[in-house]
Design a protein around this ligand. Structure first.
Ligand SMILES: Nc1ncnc2c1ncn2[C@@H]1O[C@H](COP(=O)(O)OP(=O)(O)OP(=O)(O)O)[C@@H](O)[C@H]1O
Ligand SMILES: [Mg+2]
Length: 164
């Protein structure tokens, strides 16, 4: 079981958390849940992950769509990027027309709220923004994040995450 907390000082390090820590261990069929406030860095992390997986298209915040499929440009898994603010259960994901099957993809769900109710096998990242630091008007979203990574389900029993 994985339970690790890492300190992420800037956006570039958040991208590296996706590319250097998550991408090497993720396989087709895996589910990653990202929990955190607006602007916490969920999409930033997913960008690093998408780059390392070698998928097509820019990972961006899906505004009017709930989910976007980024097909693999190699023979690795596709990336399904989901904005779950408008989903209430993961079962609803299956009802969407995703152009790929979740068994063939790494699925990343940005979940605004606590996702403790989800019982599936998953890697769960909770991104906490440090508050109380000096607020910088020129960089309102800047600052350190703490990311707690926990695993749920047997899938992760023998998985070792690389160091950031
Ligand atoms: N330590 C950090 N980690 C991640 N992002 C950071 C950090 N410091 C500053 N940022 C900036 O914060 C912003 C995070 O935005 P991002 O879209 O990734 O958040 P989000 O969690 O996906 O938000 P939303 O809830 O709107 O989807 C980016 O502009 C990024 O450059
Ligand atoms: Mg986002």
């Amino acid at each position: 079981m994985i339970d690790r907390t890492v300190t992420v000082p800037d956006a570039e390090t958040m991208r590296r958390l996706g590319s250097d820590v998550l991408a090497p261990v993720l396989q087709a069929g895996d589910l990653v849940i990202l929990t955190g406030d607006l602007g916490a860095g969920k999409t930033t992390l997913t960008q690093g992950l998408g780059a390392a997986l070698g998928v097509r298209g820019d990972v961006a915040s899906p505004t009017f769509i709930i989910a976007r499929t980024h097909p693999s440009l190699t023979d690795g898994p596709d990336l399904v990027h989901v904005d779950a603010y408008r989903l209430t259960t993961l079962a609803e994901l299956d009802d969407l027309d995703l152009d790929t099957s979740l068994e063939d993809a790494v699925t990343v769900v940005e979940w605004g709220d606590d996702a403790a109710a989800l019982s599936d096998d998953r890697l769960h990242l909770t991104i906490l923004r440090e508050r109380g630091g000096v607020f910088d008007m020129d960089d309102p979203s800047g600052g350190e994040r703490r990311v707690r990574i926990t695993s749920h389900g047997r899938r992760w029993d023998a998985v070792e995450l690389p160091q950031l």
